[in-house]
Design a protein around this ligand. Structure first.
Ligand code: SF4
Length: 389
């Protein structure tokens, strides 16, 4: 949300009358930005003086130059990301003292410094909101390294969160950035989000030396056909497992994302995906329910099935559409079961503690089996069937 005084308004009230906010009745005018504002401006129109449709920088520049924005205002995407100045980290950065990792978390409790090396995504997943506002663009490697250098000069060993949806999309560029970090001697730690097929052991080794400590990635579903129907290129399971094993060896924390409720999904296919999540052995997993977001191709496809009218329920954890094979309450049950099965088991704790001894792990896997049996009995008692394949 933008909220700010128009320039000159405090010195010329009569002149600024046309600039008064009819929403707040003061000289503070209110506007909304972001994906929801861009794709559903009608939700915001009655509560604001203006709504920005598109990336915010173009509109922000016009506001700064004194233009009065009204109604739905188109804001063109930035062609050149390097045209943006670096953020004023001196204004927003927290004291380095508070930026310590804890034993369970790589990311400091107070968060990290968000940095963008690229924007958008060149992939075609039909459910994804990251690719619908503007095309994929990349910053120059030297410019990113300059920003990291400035950050490092201000804060010792900063923890950087690369906000790119697909950080290692371009292997050579990713390698060049890591090598630049190393050659400049920058002492950073970082996390990123990417696809597992955009990683290999050689690249991961260099990323780790440059400071990679955690990464997240989508697996979504175990079924290749389901993924293809959603415009997503499947990644072979042996490659997924090889990357996970290598990350464990390097000590890189991993978080895998899964989605339940693709139109081809059934109770059994979701149970197989939950089983895969446990077998893959990422450090963490996040399970969500497929949500058709306005503006995505999935929204167009599924609009006739959407029954939910409350936009606050489009949160990724609430069913919003009629599924052909699974009821909404079954989806909710499967979501809860996925979290129980992934997080309530001895090997999850062993992963957190970094226990690698084969003997100990075999013993813990036997305990896992007993825990899963107990979970199955509980599931049968609750819904007459177990979440197992
Ligand atoms: S790869 Fe990830 S960021 Fe890119 S379109 Fe697919 S889900 Fe979105």
């Amino acid at each position: 949300m933008f909220a700010g005084r128009q320039r000159h308004s405090s010195t010329a009230t009569s002149r600024s009358c046309s600039r008064r906010s009819w929403t707040t009745g003061t000289n503070v005018r209110v506007g909304f930005v972001g994906l929801a504002a861009s794709k559903l401006p009608e939700l915001f129109a009655d509560h604001s003086d203006f709504v920005v449709a598109g990336e915010p920088e173009n509109a922000a520049g016009r506001l700064f130059r004194g233009e009065v924005l009204r109604g739905v205002t188109d804001s063109l995407p930035l062609d050149d990301l390097d045209a943006l100045p670096f953020p004023r980290w001196d204004l927003v950065g927290l004291p380095a003292m508070r930026r310590r990792a804890t034993w369970l978390r790589v990311r400091p409790l107070s968060g990290g410094f968000p940095v963008l090396a690229s924007r958008g995504c060149p992939e075609f997943c039909t459910y994804c909101p990251h690719r619908i506002l503007a095309a994929h663009r990349e910053r120059r490697v030297a410019a990113i390294a300059d920003e990291l250098q400035e950050l490092s000069a201000r804060y010792p060993r900063p923890y950087v969160i690369f906000r790119d949806p697909l950080f290692s999309e371009n292997r050579d560029r990713c390698l060049a950035l890591c090598e630049e970090i190393l050659s400049r001697g920058l002492q950073i730690r970082f996390e990123c989000e990417t696809r597992l097929d955009r990683l290999d052991e050689a690249l991961l080794s260099v990323m780790h030396r440059a400071g990679l400590r955690a990464m997240s990635f989508g697996v979504e579903s175990v079924d290749p056909q389901t993924l293809r129907k959603a415009g997503r290129r499947p990644i072979p399971q042996p490659h997924q497992r090889a990357i996970m094993t290598f990350c464990r060896e390097l000590g890189v924390m991993t978080a895998a994302f899964y989605v339940f409720g693709f139109l081809q999904d059934t109770w059994s296919s979701i149970a197989v995906t939950i089983d895969h999540a446990i077998q893959l052995g990422s450090t963490f997993a996040q399970f969500k329910i497929l949500t058709p977001y306005p503006g995505t191709p999935l929204w167009k496809q599924m609009k006739p099935l959407v029954y939910e009218k409350d936009w606050e329920k489009f949160d990724g954890f609430t069913p919003t559409f009629r599924h052909p094979n699974i009821t909404s309450s079954e989806l909710m049950f499967l979501l809860g079961a996925a979290y129980s099965r992934f997080y309530v088991r001895p090997t999850f704790l062993a992963n957190q503690l970094g226990i690698r001894s084969a003997g100990v792990r075999q013993m813990l896997e036997r305990w896992d089996a007993r825990v899963f049996e107990r979970q199955s009995r509980r599931e049968i008692a609750m819904v007459s069937r177990a979440v197992s394949c």
